[in-house]
Design a protein around this ligand. Structure first.
Ligand SMILES: CC(=O)SCCNC(=O)CCNC(=O)[C@H](O)C(C)(C)COP(=O)(O)OP(=O)(O)OC[C@H]1O[C@@H](n2cnc3c(N)ncnc32)[C@H](O)[C@@H]1OP(=O)(O)O
Ligand SMILES: O=C([O-])CC(=O)C(=O)O
Length: 378
């Protein structure tokens, strides 16, 4: 069979590219397992640090392992001077995802052993990135508002410290918990586009930072991580300060008539709803109650129901996460960087797995351009 006669699966839809032991996405049972554990159980019981350890090591940490890991993470939270300088060089008009991408790249350029791909070094770099990203996101968020950097606090866990560095105060437990749940749910999702990008880059034997920089770029797009930001733009377009009372349905009719994609809906793998949505929706409901913003939930429900009636398409995780981050007080453009902070765990778990059994990822293409021809004699 010639190359052009082979079946082409646009977007690699339905193609199984490799094995993975990191997570299992099962659209049939509508479930998501991290190293065998249902993500809902992890979100209900585990710190984000424990989930990161699980994804990297394959087992939940013992109390001693967790304590040692927390100490290691807390020691690497400060914004490195080179990273701070690079962020300050970027205009505040740059999208925060561009800032995160640049900062991750600078972290790589300042690691003298960036090219060490041993399992130990790769794990060290994973922890370094995990610990460093909150300070990057928080500092960028604050400088846009003309606010000074807030130094990390070593007496706080990852989620609390992230919120502390962003807002200069630690919110109530209800808010912290919704944030922690979002991080756990966002941490990993098999061969999604950004993780696959990280694996492609890793497969060339490029360094961890290059793979994560590329993954940040892949996550930025609206068809992937950028959708959590886009959901809020939709909510603002409809108007989220008062109960929708039909405005969401009217907005949707117009948007569908214009053939617009409705952000936060649909999924390449799940066709009957995203396994993570009920857990994140419950967290959103708690936030709505905490902030006394019932109109946000009313809008969420009206748009969800209208989309189900018109297209039978269900929300993905970005749909409840967008309004949840909005209620917590994050700027809309900071939502996808929060996804980066969580997903860096999954990316680095996959980078380590890829390196453990590497094969260069290089598919074929079917050529449809002109047949061979020759430059005319002049
Ligand atoms: C955490 C995450 O990254 S989850 C994904 C976040 N992304 C989004 O929310 C963006 C909006 N959603 C989408 O664009 C899509 O659902 C994707 C990209 C996520 C998945 O897309 P695919 O599996 O490639 O499905 P595809 O785009 O081919 O859609 C199939 C059909 O459903 C329609 N459809 C799918 N999602 C949507 C949507 N959000 N709005 C409107 N129509 C949609 C398509 O138009 C298409 O219709 P058609 O057959 O009449 O042409
Ligand atoms: O799996 C996907 O294609 C997208 C997604 O939900 C994620 O990365 O969390």
């Amino acid at each position: 069979m010639s190359e052009s006669e082979q079946e082409i699966r646009k977007g690699l839809a339905g193609v199984v590219v490799d094995t993975t032991a990191v997570s299992k996405v099962d659209p049939e049972s509508n479930s998501l397992l991290y190293r065998g554990y249902p993500v809902q159980e992890l979100a209900a019981t585990q710190s984000f640090e424990a989930v990161a350890w699980l994804l990297w090591h394959g087992e939940l940490p013992t109390p001693d392992e967790l304590t040692a890991f927390e100490r290691l993470e807390r020691a690497q939270r400060s914004l490195a001077p080179e990273v701070r300088a690079a962020i300050e060089l970027t205009p505040t008009t740059a999208h925060p995802m561009d800032v995160v991408r640049t900062a991750v790249s600078v972290l790589g350029a300042t690691d003298p052993n960036a090219d060490d791909r041993s399992p130990e070094a790769t794990l060290e770099k994973s922890v370094r990135l995990f610990a460093a990203i909150p300070a990057i996101v928080a500092f960028d968020e604050r400088r846009r508002k003309g606010e000074d950097l807030v130094e990390p606090r070593n007496d706080l866990d990852y989620a609390r410290n992230f919120l502390w560095m962003t807002f200069g105060e630690v919110p109530d437990d209800d808010v912290v918990d919704a944030f922690r749940v979002s991080l756990v749910l966002y941490a990993e999702h098999s061969f999604n586009a950004s993780t696959f990008a990280a694996r492609v880059i890793t497969s060339t034997l490029a360094d961890v930072y290059s793979a994560v920089t590329g993954a940040v770029g892949a996550l930025k797009g609206q068809l992937h991580g950028g959708a959590n930001e886009a959901v809020l733009h939709t909510f603002v377009e409809i108007g989220l300060d008062e109960a929708p009372e039909g405005r969401a349905a009217d907005w949707l009719d117009l948007a569908l008539a214009e053939k617009r994609k409705i952000m936060g809906f649909g999924h390449r793998v799940y066709k009957n709803g995203d396994s993570r949505v009920p857990t994140m929706r419950a967290a959103l409901e708690r936030l709505v109650e905490y902030y006394d913003r019932p109109e946000v939930l009313a809008l969420y429900e009206e748009l969800e129901q209208s989309m189900a009636e018109r297209k039978n398409i269900k929300p993905n995780l970005d749909y409840p996460s967008g309004p949840a981050y909005h209620l917590m007080g994050f700027s809309t453009e900071a939502f996808t960087p929060l996804f980066v902070a969580a997903r860096v765990v999954g990316w680095t778990a996959h980078i380590r797995e890829q390196l453990g059994a590497n094969a260069l990822i290089r598919p074929l293409s079917a050529y449809v351009g002109p047949e061979e021809r020759h430059v005319p004699a002049s």
